[in-house]
Design a protein around this ligand. Structure first.
Ligand code: ATP
Ligand code: MN
Length: 287
């Protein structure tokens, strides 16, 4: 399932870009569905189209089929190749959300040397989500497996059954919320132990894949060194404790926090290296 991991930033030679685009339009093979093709051509710039074409050329997938989700920051498409489906997340380069992205990149020690130009931020964001997906999987937290990333395109495991994308926990609550709640606490404890904080965890970013809990949308996840790591973590716990309490689970913020702490066994030391706000401020000014 998981193919070789590719990370690259291709130079954007305009002539090459054009010829690739011509190929895409002429062949009409990559995007067969007319509606999807029209959205693609309207929404994405040439370099993005090239980027998608590159991933296809490397045989990660054969066809972009339809849009699963249109969001502020990007669109997610279902792709297929051979007998497999894939999810392709394409971040909008023209997004106005990149200021918000900066807050999660600056302060993350894994991404220290960045140029703050818009395209660079988007590219970095794509890489960051890829890397976070790798780290989630490594820590045995169920999240889509990353397959490839290129510029502003992220190809990952498709979460769904029989080609139908899994609904969000918000739209399809779990049949056994109590059990899923404990699974989630276990994942959150694993995150703490792996020094990872999701930072946007809620029923909107959890998929119910035929009663399997899958965490998605990890672009903004930071390490526990981030100055706001504790605050982000607490917000995640608050969101999810509220959601599961609504589903009938006997929990609240304190109970959920205590359960994660117990499962982790390491909560105190996990946040020990969190940077000080003052130092962070200076860091931002310099960066
Ligand atoms: P939004 O602003 O809508 O939250 P986003 O930019 O935060 O968008 P995601 O939350 O990662 O992006 O994905 C948006 C939607 O696309 C998800 O709610 C889910 O329905 C779908 N989706 C994302 N990744 C996958 C995947 N790997 N498999 C199936 N569906 C997915
Ligand atoms: Mn989301």
């Amino acid at each position: 399932m998981k193919k070789e991991i590719v990370r690259e930033d291709r130079a954007e030679d305009p002539q090459e870009v054009r010829s690739v685009e011509d190929r895409i339009i002429k062949e009409e093979r990559l995007i067969k569905d007319e509606e999807a093709r029209s959205v693609f051509n309207k929404v994405f710039d040439r370099a993005t189209l090239t980027s998608v074409y590159e991933l296809a050329r490397k045989k990660f997938f054969e066809e972009v089929e339809f849009i699963i989700s249109t969001g502020k920051e990007g669109n997610v498409f279902r792709c297929h190749g051979g007998d497999n489906y894939y999810a392709l997340k394409i971040f909008k380069v023209s997004t106005s959300e990149f200021r918000h992205m900066q807050n999660y990149i600056i302060g993350d020690e894994r991404f220290k040397d960045i140029r703050k130009d818009k395209l660079e931020i988007i590219k970095l964001w794509t890489k960051k989500e890829f890397r976070n997906l790798e780290e989630f999987s490594k820590a045995k937290i169920r999240a889509p497996l990353p397959i490839a990333s290129n510029r502003n395109c992220l190809l990952m495991e498709f979460i769904g059954k029989d080609g139908i994308p899994a609904p969000r926990a918000k739209d399809k609550p779990f049949e056994e919320p109590e059990m899923q709640y404990h699974i989630l606490c276990d994942y959150m404890a694993k995150m703490v132990n792996a020094r990872l904080i999701h930072a946007d965890l809620s029923e909107y970013n959890i998929l119910n894949n035929d009663e399997e809990l899958v965490i998605i949308d990890v672009g903004q996840a930071v390490t526990t060194m981030h100055p706001n790591a504790k605050e982000f973590f607490e917000r995640d716990v608050l969101n999810l404790s509220k959601y599961f309490a609504k589903q009938g689970v006997d929990t609240d913020y304190d109970k959920m926090y205590a359960e994660i702490k117990k499962l982790s066994g390491n909560m105190k030391t996990a946040f020990e290296k969190t940077q000080k706000k003052k130092k962070y401020k200076r860091f931002c000014e310099l960066g």
